[in-house]
Design a binder for this molecule. Sequence first.
Ligand SMILES: CC(C)(COP(=O)(O)OP(=O)(O)OC[C@H]1O[C@@H](n2cnc3c(N)ncnc32)[C@H](O)[C@@H]1OP(=O)(O)O)[C@@H](O)C(=O)NCCC(=O)NCCS
Length: 195
Amino acid sequence: MSDTSTLTKGIEIIELKSCSEQRLDEVARILHESFKDDWPDAWPTIEDAAAEVTECLSDDRIGYVALGTNGSVVGWVGAIRAYSGRVWELHPLCVDANSRRSGIGRALMDRLAQQVCDLKGLTIYLGTDDQNDMTSLSGQDLYVDTWEQVAKIKNNGRHPFSFYEKLGFKIVGVVPDANGYGKPDIMMAKRVGCV
Ligand SMILES: CC(C)(COP(=O)(O)OP(=O)(O)OC[C@H]1O[C@@H](n2cnc3c(N)ncnc32)[C@H](O)[C@@H]1OP(=O)(O)O)[C@@H](O)C(=O)NCCC(=O)NCCS
């Protein structure tokens, strides 16, 4: 095992920055396809997704790619350095639709958390939008009883906040109307550094 790759349950995790052009194209395809139905404004075209992947290669970012047993890309994660490196903002995370619910998202997040810890970061932070009536916070006035509504949040289907909760993330805030009236962003964070 090299310094830049780890093996988890038959999945190999490598650094985004070590990927060939061909793999980066696969990375962009998975990004576009993973968000197009529930977050259509995120990366509406493959070209938008490819531009995001290019940004993820910059110095203030880290990223990891999961490869399946045949070497194809099955998911990836990126993060942006913030607050002088004490906090890293997750952006983005996606697993190919055919490979979900088999531990790949968790494995990518574990690898990212290890790297943030190694870089002396303390926190991973993220915003996960609800643009599509996916949680009980959708369509609500979040300026009224804000924390009661957050405490009682329900998943109407497949919103990823439940995935992050399973990984130990807490909801630390909401941005009301982030995507239009009644379409909030849900802010979550987890302590990963050694205190
Ligand atoms: C969210 C996503 C990355 C999860 O990846 P995954 O590989 O399917 O997740 P894992 O298999 O590692 O799941 C880890 C745990 O979370 C659970 N989980 C995964 N997705 C979940 C969801 N939407 N709701 C509830 N629980 C979920 C799994 O059942 C598993 O639970 P367990 O540990 O008790 O067995 C993937 O569904 C995805 O790419 N979705 C589309 C893009 C997206 O939503 N990105 C995040 C935007 S902020």
